[in-house]
Design a protein around this ligand. Structure first.
Ligand code: EPU
Length: 421
């Protein structure tokens, strides 16, 4: 199992290019199941979750070309000869987003079987709201042997109110409704840029969708969709992670190929802490470390609020703040696993329910730490950048699921990072 060895204390300078958004690419790949024509996706990040989705689509019978992914960040998928309708446990357990094939398979073929994902390191994460939505569209759902089996002759449009906001739930239902008969209105939907990106792809495939980006999405079903070419949006969480890395390291970095308008809450919060963020253009940011980082409270919220996927990285920053800050996690019930690892590095963090009280500024010292999930791993890398001595991060496969060549990008900025295989 790979590990990352970081020798802290080097300020970061230079330019980093942001990759495509993993969480936009995953539903886009699943959307290719909605047509028998070729779907070409550009700006796909070369990360493990994309490979896993490629494997899943091939298993279903799709022609999936990921050959040149590392070089051209392009992937072509043709779902002409789909022969299986099942996402097996072995794949779902390594990547929950596999559940995104449920909507498209059900809509186009009238049947789908997907292993229930079960809990994960950040919370219980049920998919009950996806299931309720499919039932509303007329699907018959059975849960047996750890699988959700869904069947329907043709889905029928309906009005669906989500009990709470769910990103992949919104995406799954959107993909199901585009081929349903008649009109569907989704209420209390996720407004994340990844949902809008998926809607853009679906529209270029011929779908009739309005209202994406708001909490009410209107879909008029069509009998069939066609192939399309689409470019995935930049990864806002990778962008945010580099903003924090630059700020904590004491340096100044240029962040290119990003979308600053997708990070408004994160940028505003960082500015409150004293971090300098200059918007050179929509796609280009400069982050400058402050002389002193101010402690500022944060609450995670659905978009456009402060993303839960940036909470761990922000916590690393707050360990270097000049005083006490409170971080409240409102999306997942168990997303503080990184805190105890940061404490092992010298941070002063107390957890009370869904709140973390971080008192800075504490000197961090390198230690052996374990990454528990993707964003926790990123936060430990960030903490390692400022820690004195060597930090050895175990279970780097979490990081590889969602960050493309992170050690190469950090090294180019002057960090002392090595992968140990
Ligand atoms: N929820 C339910 N029932 C459902 C669905 C969700 O109770 O049927 C709850 C969840 O347990 C959670 C909340 O609703 O407490 C929100 O979960 P959501 O469904 O929005 O999360 P998700 O769609 O499974 C996506 C991202 C996550 C990101 C969350 C929140 C993808 C592939 N994943 O997950 O990304 O944290 O939205 O923004 O888009 C990551 O990239 O590291 C990551 C975990």
């Amino acid at each position: 199992m790979d590990k990352l060895l970081i020798s802290g204390g080097k300020p970061l300078f230079g330019t980093v290019e942001i990759s495509g958004a993993k969480n936009a690419a995953l539903p886009a790949m699943a959307a290719a199941l909605l047509t028998n024509e070729k779907v070409v996706l550009n700006n796909i990040p070369c990360v493990r979750d994309i490979q896993t989705t490629g494997k899943l689509l091939s298993k279903l019978g799709c022609e999936t070309d990921l050959e040149g992914l590392a070089k051209n960040h392009c992937c072509a998928i043709t779902a002409q000869n789909v022969t299986s309708y099942e996402a097996p446990y072995e794949l779902v357990k390594t990547m929950r987003a596999s559940v995104l094939v449920l909507g498209p398979l059900l809509a186009r073929f009238g049947k789908a079987q997907v292993s229930l994902p079960g809990g994960c390191a950040i919370g219980a994460r049920p998919i009950d709201l996806h299931i309720k939505g499919f039932e509303k569209l007329g699907a018959a759902i059975k849960i047996e042997h750890g699988y959700v089996s869904a069947r329907a002759r043709r889905l029928r449009g309906s009005k669906i109110v989500f009990d709470r906001i769910t990103v992949t739930g919104t995406e799954n239902l959107m993909m199901a409704a585009v081929l349903a008969e008649g009109e569907t209105i989704l209420y209390n939907t996720a407004c994340e840029p990844e949902v809008v990106d998926l809607a853009n792809l679906l529209r270029s495939m011929g779908a009739k969708i309005e209202g994406d980006g708001s909490n009410r999405i209107h879909i008029q079903g069509v009998p069939r969709l066609r192939g399309a070419a689409h470019t995935i949006i930049p990864d806002r969480i990778e962008t945010g992670s580099f903003l924090v890395a630059g700020a904590i390291s004491g340096g100044e970095i240029e962040i290119k190929s990003c979308r600053s308008d997708h990070l408004t809450a994160v940028i505003e919060k960082l500015e409150e802490t004293g971090v300098g963020v200059k918007k050179r253009s929509l796609e280009h940011l400069t982050v400058t470390a402050p002389r002193e980082i101010q402690p500022v409270d944060v609450d995670t919220l659905e978009y456009p609020g402060f993303a839960t996927d940036m909470q761990a990285q922000y916590m690393a920053l707050m360990t270097q703040g000049n005083g006490t800050s409170m971080i409240t996690e409102n999306i997942f019930e168990n997303r503080f696993m990184h805190a105890s690892e940061m404490v092992r590095m010298g941070a002063n963090i107390k957890i009370e329910g869904n709140r973390a009280i971080v008192t800075g500024k504490t000197k961090l010292t390198g230690a052996k730490v374990i990454a528990s999930d993707l964003r926790a791993s990123a936060s430990l890398v960030i903490a390692g950048l400022v820690a004195e001595g060597e930090t050895l991060i175990d279970r780097v496969y979490h990081l590889d699921r969602g960050y493309e060549r992170i050690e190469t990008k950090l090294k180019a900025l002057g960090a002392d990072v090595r992968r140990i295989s």
